[in-house]
Design a protein around this ligand. Structure first.
Ligand code: SF4
Length: 251
């Protein structure tokens, strides 16, 4: 399978099985999304979603958040990782939104990265989620999943991963491909032990071919001959019911 074919397989699979993928962060407007994404660094979306309703109720926009004091905001963020920095970042972000951007969240990466607590990844999330811009945010899940499948090759940094993914993914699919890879990494291709038996990407996955033998990956070209040295793997047919369960989870 060529790299192009690998990408095509993955995009076709997710288009079919998870056509409505979206962020799991809860928000109503770009300001709320920005707050949630800043809080989500090194923290689960689930935890962030437990925290943000109270924050949004008390500080519903940049104008109110800009006036918050550290001592007022900190208790709301205490249960999230890096609460000190995130408290400072939220207040600083809101103040800069007011001072430089009229209280509105700008929708270019160049402008967003000027805000406290906003790096390239966060800026890519905001612009792709709010505006469907073809910007690929590479978090730990995207980085790992892309490398395992073989979508990226020797990508040592998130930026290298981003560039390689953008080379092959059609521009109009980038914003949703970001969610596909994140969700796949969160629920199936998990960090410690990927759930390969449940995965519908086996045929296209380099990791699968390497760890479970080339038999499945090569079925289109080579008949599988079982010898005493051939490692037995679960056939695609056997794994099909499990793949359905996966789809359900992703939705
Ligand atoms: S086959 Fe395994 S390693 Fe490959 S994408 Fe699926 S879960 Fe990840």
């Amino acid at each position: 399978m060529t790299r192009k074919e690998r990408f095509q397989f993955v995009l076709d699979y997710f288009s079919k099985h998870n056509p409505d993928a979206a962020t799991e962060l809860l928000y109503d407007d770009p300001y709320q999304l920005l707050v949630a994404v800043i809080l989500s660094a090194q923290c689960t979306d689930k935890r962030v979603n437990m925290t943000t309703p109270a924050i949004f109720e008390r500080w519903p926009d940049a104008g109110s958040m800009a006036k918050a004091s550290f001592d007022e905001l900190f208790p709301y963020i205490r249960s999230i990782s890096y609460p000190n920095n995130k408290t400072k970042h939220l207040i600083g972000m809101a103040q800069m939104l007011l001072a430089k951007f009229g209280g509105q969240v700008p929708l270019t990466v160049e402008e967003l990265v000027q805000l406290p607590g906003v790096g390239r990844k966060t800026a890519n999330v905001i612009t792709s989620v709010v505006d469907n811009q073809p910007n690929m945010a590479v978090d730990t899940h995207v980085f790992r999943v892309a490398a395992r499948i073989g979508l990226t090759v020797n990508a040592k940094t998130p930026l290298a991963t981003e560039k390689q993914l953008l080379e092959f993914i059609p521009r109009d699919m980038v914003h949703i491909a970001h969610h596909w890879l994140i969700l796949h990494g969160r629920y199936v291709c998990v960090a410690r032990t990927p759930k390969c038996a449940e995965c519908g990407l086996q045929q296209a996955c380099k990791y699968f071919a390497k760890h479970y033998g080339a038999a499945v990956a090569e079925t289109e070209r080579l008949p599988v001959v079982k010898t005493r040295t051939t490692r037995t793997v679960k056939s695609p047919a056997k794994s099909k019911p499990a793949a359905k369960r996966t789809t359900k989870k992703l939705k």
